[in-house]
Design a protein around this ligand. Structure first.
Ligand SMILES: Cc1ncc(COP(=O)(O)O)c(C=O)c1O
Length: 399
């Protein structure tokens, strides 16, 4: 094990070549397909986007999906389809990105935060249940880091309370519960294809549902509410005529993104398996290391391993989490934190009246959390360097 003075104190770093926190896996096939799309002259929503929707639907095991410009757009459209509006409450975990609650605010409804389970970091049915009131219309559980939450039980709770369930699967393409893919269980599910995610289209997302009518409405709303999209209007497949059937948005995916996405979907399982290998390596190497808590195993299906968040035991070292991160960066290791709990951000704190102490499990996690690099192109050496850097810092800063 590499020991010695941390680079932040003037020692030599574990790595001289910086290991980024995330890196997309773009191959020659993506480059070829994007080039072919550019040469085709059809850049906006068209045949590749429609094919991408079918490929994702087939992969998940639903009839239809709607491809959009981001997961945020997918969340927004699903909320519109569920009729969320003024007077409604939407319950979601505070350990979360701002996308879903921001959309709730834009619809004039009220986000209500729930704490998370201190072991899995996912919101649970009982935490959602205690946050439910007569005004609750929607639950938006997150599959945190790619670990499926108890989605069947949340759907059952929703049925008993008259509440719809929109899964935030920004982290969870490829995850499943006992062979049933995330994206097929909730009333609707939103995926992200942002550059760091399980597959990427640069920016992009999909909304899935078992209800094809809902997906057709989401697709209509994604392009101004027009009765016929540009591909149908301007190709030989359809006339110039269109009608506005609803007050839609401009949220469509385009064919350049879809060209990349089609190549990525061919590798979605290979990417997930590569992430699993990195996660297994970390768990073997760090699982018994004093001062570190690793994510718990997930043995009732497949974890998508978008994140590998460890927790530092702050009582065993003389520095805090932020200094630990600075020291890791100096060792040449890119890391991050997911997330600052939403209720601690100025906007949500002030708007909703939350504050420090409102959600103890999320806050305790946040104080100690460090997300390690995890992506398909990481080599064993890269993973080993991360482990060496952590061991070096724990040793040097031991209390
Ligand atoms: C939990 C969660 N939901 C939604 C999003 C939004 O995804 P997008 O950037 O595709 O809109 C993110 C982004 O990282 C996220 O982490």
């Amino acid at each position: 094990m590499a020991r010695g003075l941390p680079a932040i104190e003037g020692g030599s770093p574990v790595r001289t070549e910086y290991l980024p926190f995330a890196r997309p896996a773009i191959g020659d096939d993506e480059i070829r397909e994007v080039e072919a799309t550019l040469r085709s002259g059809w850049l906006t929503v068209g045949p590749r986007t429609r094919k991408f929707e079918r490929v994702v639907a087939e992969y998940l095991g639903v009839e239809q999906t709607a491809a959009v410009s981001s997961c945020t757009a997918a969340l927004h459209l699903a909320m519109v389809c569920f009729g969320i509006g003024p007077g409604d409450e939407v319950v979601l975990p505070t350990l979360n990105f701002a996308a879903a609650p921001n959309m709730v605010i834009h619809l004039g409804a009220k986000p209500v935060f729930a704490d998370v389970d201190p072991v899995t970091m996912n919101v649970t049915p009982s935490l959602l249940d205690v946050a439910t009131t007569d005004h609750t219309k929607l639950y938006v559980p997150v599959h945190f880091g790619g670990r499926p939450c108890e989605i069947d039980e949340i759907v059952t709770l929703g049925r008993s309370r008259g509440v719809r369930v929109l899964g935030d699967a920004a982290h969870a393409i490829g995850a499943d519960v006992a062979g049933r893919k995330i994206g097929t269980i909730a009333d609707a599910t939103a995926f992200s294809f942002y550059v760091t995610k399980g597959i990427t289209t640069g920016e992009g997302g999909v909304v899935s549902s078992k209800d094809p009518a809902m997906i057709e409405r989401a697709r209509l709303l994604s392009l101004h509410g027009m009765s016929s999209d540009a591909w149908k209007r301007y190709s030989e497949h359809g006339p110039w005529f269109y009608e506005i059937l609803d007050a839609g948005y401009k949220y469509n995916m385009n064919d350049v993104q879809a060209a990349m996405g089609l190549c990525q979907m061919e590798k979605v399982d290979a990417f997930r398996e590569a992430r699993q290998r990195v996660a297994d390596f970390y768990t073997r190497a760090l699982g018994d290391m004093e001062g570190i808590t690793v994510p718990p195993p997930f043995d009732v299906g497949h974890h998508a391993w978008h994140l590998y968040p460890i927790r530092i035991d702050l009582d065993s070292i003389t520095i805090d989490r932020d200094r630990f991160i600075q020291a890791l960066l100096k060792e040449g290791i890119g890391v991050s934190v997911h997330f600052i709990p939403l209720h601690l951000h100025p906007f949500y704190r002030d708007r909703l009246g939350y504050g420090p102490g409102s959600f103890p499990a999320a806050e305790e996690y946040f104080r100690r959390a460090v997300s390690l690099p995890i992506y398909p192109s990481m080599t064993d050496e890269d993973v080993r360097d991360v482990v060496l850097a952590i061991a070096k810092l724990l040793d040097h800063y031991k209390r």
